[in-house]
Design a protein around this ligand. Sequence first.
Ligand code: SF4
Ligand code: MG
Length: 332
Amino acid sequence: EKLLEVKHVKKYFEIGKKQFLKAVDDLSFDIYKGETFGLVGESGCGKSTAGRLMMGIYTPTEGQILYGGKDIHALDERERFLMKRNVQMIFQDPYASLNPRSTVREILAEPLEVHGIYKNKREELERIYELLEEVGLNREHAGRYPHEFSGGQRQRIGIARALALDPEFVICDEPISALDVSVQAQVVNVLKKLQREKNLTYLFIAHDLSMVKHISNRIGVMYLGHLVELTESKSLYRKPLHPYTEALLSAIPIPDPKIEDKRERIILKGEIPSPVTPPSGCVFRTRCPKAMDICASVKPEWLEIEDHHYVACHLYDGKGSPAATVSSSANQ
Ligand code: SF4
Ligand code: MG
């Protein structure tokens, strides 16, 4: 059952006369109830913008986002208020997103009060204690301030706040990127436990593929505002199709030091091009180790190559031929 449908969504920011930053350029995918959809790409690829579009914070320049079958930008006031309860966000930097002058109790009470959930303070406080326990903290923490906690604990507070209103969809925008590797897995485990208990649907945004596979059912890989590959988590790791996905995968360290890492690390040349002046044809071509002539002139189509495995690349659409590979086409 589809919870969210993203349909040909574009988000362009005007930055000057007839100059647009194309943060998201024709994004389409669905998110199903109860799943975790991973959205992965380097910083600046548009994934946070995509998250904000799905929250309704940004309005698409073109295209539509349906939540429960309804266009989120055509909701009446009551529906919008309900959606604000049902869709919550967890941020990358819990410290920046938690008011340093508020106690944990005040931080968790805020959404409950805005939405008028409890009539009396005692019930509200019980709910706050319950939320703290659900994320692995306890009632003694309620009177403390954010700076008194470790990074991992602060992110647990951010999670508790996101869950206060019993949402059905949670957008996790790089929730573990700012944390030590040692606590990343703990936070992921908290998120997984809560998903099971509360039947939550997640969008999990990340800049690399290392942790995403432990939480995602399906993964979409984004580059320069475009989705370049989308499939089930297992297939993406077992059989990546897009050259950008291959590069991201090759960058994941093998966690066990006893296993010798024999893989070849694919180093991408150059920087991500500006989203104001993206390359013609395939947006990845300026950094693609497999770029061909056609890649500079023709934009690859989004095709289902195998069951539920989508990719946009001329290596798979029958238009590119390996013999046509040239290095000069890699220059813009
Ligand atoms: Fe590389 Fe061409 Fe495929 Fe783009 S279309 S990813 S440049 S091979
Ligand atoms: Mg971001």
